[in-house]
Ligand binder design. Sequence first.
Ligand code: AMP
Length: 356
Amino acid sequence: MSAALIPPGTTIGIVGGGQLGRMLSIAAAQLGYRCAIFAPEPSGPAADVSARWVQGNYDDLDALQAFAQSVDLITYEFENIPVGPLEALRVPLAPHPRALATAQDRATEKAFVQAIGGRPAPWAVVSSREDLDAAVKLIGAPAILKTRRFGYDGKGQARLKTAADADEAWASLAWEPAVLEGFVEFEREFSILVVRGRDGTIATWDPVLNVHEDGILALSTVPAGLSDASVEAAKALAGKIVTELDYVGVLAIEFFDTDAGPVFNEMAPRVHNSGHWTIEGAVASQFENHIRAICGLPLGSTARAAPRVEMRNLIGEQASHWDLILSDPAAHLHLYGKGQARPGRKMGHVTKLFFD
Ligand code: AMP
């Protein structure tokens, strides 16, 4: 259902209650909105900063309907939620679930991006052992086998150094429907965040250079050091994606940068970890602009607030060094209020602006 202007003073429902919901709630509060959270857990990072927490499963249509009746607009901060129940809601919802449906399936996503002129790595659908043999023949090795659905942070992936690894690779993915992707010899990985307003206005933040450790984002730096041609190609594809999906809100796209230009990796129809730098590093953050967009307000400027910005994730025990981090008066520390610092768990992040 499309929405008229959702004015400040009303309540935004957020499906998902993690750190992204927390930062969305903070941005919404600044603009005078209240947020209510719907999530399966009893509590989470968004609970401390939102007006209400409703515990319910993402596929529980009755619980979602009841939640929807209590808010003025619904958005989501997590992409692995079933699309059906969201589509059945009779309340304004943004972004449209068609973006979720596209991004939830790697094959659908790649086909969509290819159809609008984007360039993913060579890929093939793998639904059977014969498909896998055919895909290896077509694409060659090394290659990466990825589950079509529910992969994140490098999970649901197996590398094939040679064709002989095929059996082991697919078994490690529990023989789930998959895609085989050619291995991209990239120079660097980068992402671009784009926002589209209800009136169709599109704005992008500067592309971000991303460094991953153990498959998890560790460091994001802006500017990303890309060629002008790569920046233009990424921005153009971002604009096409949000236009084609009639998307409202913030969307993130991850790329591999190569000599021949950017190769599309994947997209997330939501605010994204690689956009956390925008909280202090841009005039309007990804969170603020997501709220502005879905509520029908004018977008804020995506211009950079400093010549260089760096965002480091605090993974696991790294967050316990908050006192050391705060000894640098220029450091902007964000802790997500998660209890236990398990290895690989994103506990917070720290952003620094550089003016020299
Ligand atoms: P993903 O979950 O698809 O973002 O993949 C996690 C990480 O694996 C990426 O950030 C890359 O470092 C690496 N990776 C994924 N796909 C490819 C590929 N086709 N070629 C080379 N590296 C890849």
